[in-house]
Design a protein around this ligand. Structure first.
Ligand SMILES: [Fe+2]
Length: 211
C-alpha cells in the first residue's frame, strides 16, 4: 500500500534528478564550451514547482510536525529561505549569461537542495510518519497538493513522471487514485500515459485497473 509519505519521496526524487542533471549540463557547458541550454530552459519551471512544494510544506506539514515535535520544523524553514536565495543567485547568473557563474550558482543550489531533501527524509518526515496518524497525514498531503494551480497540473505530470522510476510512479498513481474523484483521476491517468509513453505498460501491469 502506498502511504502519503511515498508521494513526498517521489516528488523529492524528481527534484533530485532534475537539478543534478541541470548541474551536470552547466558543468559540461563550462568545460566543453557547449550551450547550457538544459539549465536555461528548465530552471524557472523547476523552481516554480519547488516553491509550490516548499510553501505547501510550510503551510501544512511544518505546523502539524510542530504539534507532535516542537522546535523541529524551524530549521527546515530556514533551509527553504536558503533555497530561495540560491535560486535568486542562479537567476542572476543566468541574466549575466556568464557560463562559469551559472555553473557555480547551480552547483551550490544543487548541493543545498540534495542535502535539504536528505535531511527532511531522515528526520522531519520520519517524525511526521511516526507521530501523525495515517488519515491525518493523507489530509495534510492532499492540502499540500492543492498548492499546484489546477491549470498547471498537466505540466507538473509531464515534468514529474519521466523523472521518476517505476516504484515512485506506482506510488504516486495509487495516491492520486485514492485522493482524486474518479473522472479527475481518469484525466490524470491520460496525462501520465502521454508523459511516459511505452512505460505505461509497466504501470498498467502494476495497477491493472487504470487501463
Ligand atoms: Fe522542504
Amino acid at each position: 500500500m502506498a502511504v502519503p509519505m511515498d508521494g513526498i519521496r517521489a516528488i523529492h526524487n524528481a527534484f533530485r534528478k532534475d537539478l543534478a542533471a541541470m548541474d551536470a549540463a552547466a558543468y559540461t557547458a563550462t568545460r566543453m564550451g557547449s550551450s547550457p541550454d538544459m539549465v536555461l530552459k528548465r530552471y524557472k519551471f523547476f523552481n516554480e514547482i519547488l516553491v509550490w512544494h516548499a510553501s505547501g510544506e510550510e503551510e501544512q506539514v511544518f505546523p502539524a510536525v510542530e504539534k507532535v515535535a516542537p522546535l523541529v520544523a524551524e530549521a527546515y524553514e530556514r533551509d527553504h529561505r536558503g533555497l530561495d536565495s540560491t535560486y535568486a543567485a542562479l537567476d542572476k547568473a543566468v541574466m549575466s549569461k556568464d557560463k562559469l557563474d551559472i555553473a557555480r550558482a547551480i552547483a551550490i543550489f544543487n548541493f543545498h537542495l540534495q542535502f535539504h531533501l536528505n535531511k527532511e527524509e531522515a528526520h522531519l518526515y520520519r517524525v511526521f510518519n511516526e507521530r501523525i496518524p495515517l488519515p491525518e497525514q493523507g489530509m495534510i498531503i492532499g492540502k499540500m497538493a492543492q498548492k499546484i494551480p489546477q491549470q498547471r497540473f498537466p505540466e507538473v505530470v509531464a515534468w514529474l513522471y519521466p523523472l521518476i522510476g517505476n516504484d515512485d510512479r506506482e506510488n504516486m498513481t495509487r495516491i492520486w487514485q485514492q485522493a482524486l474523484p474518479k473522472p479527475v483521476f481518469a484525466g490524470a491517468a491520460n496525462l501520465i500515459h502521454s508523459a511516459i509513453g511505452d512505460d505505461w505498460n509497466e504501470l498498467t501491469r502494476r495497477i491493472p485497473e487504470i487501463k
